[in-house]
Design a protein around this ligand. Sequence first.
Ligand SMILES: C[S@@+](CC[C@H](N)C(=O)[O-])C[C@H]1O[C@@H](n2cnc3c(N)ncnc32)[C@H](O)[C@@H]1O
Ligand code: SF4
Length: 343
Amino acid sequence: MHFSSVSPKLLLQLCISTIHSIFASVFSKVRYWTAGGCKGSVSVLPADRDATTPTSVNYHFTRKCNYKCGFCFHTAKTSFVLPLEEAQRGLKLLKESGMEKINFSGGEPFLHEKGEFLGEMVQFCKQDLQLPSVSIVSNGSMIKEKWFQKYGAYLDILAVSCDSFDEATNQLIGRAQGRKSHLENLYKIRNWCQQYKVAFKINSVINTFNIDEDMSEHIMELNPVRWKVFQCLLIDGENAGQDALREAERFVISDQQFQEFLDRHSNVSCLVPESNEKMRNSYLILDEYMRFLDCREGRKDPSKSILDVGVKEAICFSGFDEKMFLKRGGKYVWSKADMKLEW
Ligand SMILES: C[S@@+](CC[C@H](N)C(=O)[O-])C[C@H]1O[C@@H](n2cnc3c(N)ncnc32)[C@H](O)[C@@H]1O
Ligand code: SF4
C-alpha cells in the first residue's frame, strides 16, 4: 500500500488501530502473567514463570464436614473425593515438581472413610514420596488413638483448630458437633501427639465472638509448636455473597481489632499471626479435583486439574504470591526430625 494514496483520515485510523493492537497484546501478556501469574506480580518475566515451585501445598481433598463453623471459608459445595490412586498420582506429580510439604485439609479430613483415606495418603507421602513434611489440619472431633498407632509415625505436624477456650463460645461459632466438648478433644489429641511423637499445632480464627478473649494461659499450657492466629477472612461464594453456604459477615473484625488481639497475646512466643492481607495469596490451595484455587479476587477461582494438564500449567492459575508466602513465614522447620520436640 502506498501511503501517498491514502487519505489522512484513513492513515490516522490505521495508526490508532496499530497502537491499539500493540497495547492489547502487551496487556494480555501482563494479564496472563499476573492473573495466571506464577508469582502474582506485574514484574514477573516469562523466564521466571518456570521458577514457581509448589514447595508447600494445601490439599483440601474433601469439602464434607461434621461441624458448622459460621465463618467457614471452605464449604461443602460438593461431596466429591478422588479415588485414592488418582490422589496419589497427583501427589506424585507435585513431588516431581518440587513439593516439600503437603498439608491435608478440608472439610474435615478425618471424616472420609473414618480417617483411613487420609492415613493412606499420609503414609504414601512420607514412605513412598519421602516428603520432608506431612501435616494435617483438623477440627479434632473424629481422631481416634488407633489412627495414631497406625499412621502417627508418618505424620510430622497435626494442627487442631480451636477458636475459644470457652465451650459456650465454641457452640455459638458452630465449632462443635452437638453437645460434645471441643476442648476435651483438643487436650486428648495434644496428649496423643506427645505419646506418638507428632508435633502439635493450634489454629485459631479471630472473629467477633472471641475477639475479647485472652487465650495466653491455655495456649502456654498446651505448648504447641506453632499457634496460627487468623483474622477471619471472607471469600465470595464460600462464606459471603449469593450462593454461599455460609454468611460470615457477622464474624468479621477490623484490622485494628485484630492488632489489639495480637498485642494482648504478645507474650506467647509461638504465635504466628495471619492478617487477611497475608492469607489471601500466600497459600497454594488444591481443591477436591486437584485444581489450584486463586483467591486474589476475593473468591476461589479454579485452575484446570493438575491430573489433566500437569502442575506447571495449572500452577500459573493459582494466584500464588511466593514473596508473601515467605513474608508470612510459610517456610519454617517443618520436619519433626528437625524439631527439638521435648517429648
Ligand atoms: C477450612 S478448615 C479445614 C480443616 C478443619 N475442618 C478445621 O477446621 O481445622 C482449615 C482452617 O481454616 C480456618 N478457617 C476456616 N474459615 C476461616 C475464615 N473465614 N477465616 C480464616 N480462617 C478460616 C479453620 O479454622 C482451619 O484452621
Ligand atoms: S472450619 Fe469448621 S465448618 Fe469449616 S471445615 Fe473446619 S470444622 Fe468444618
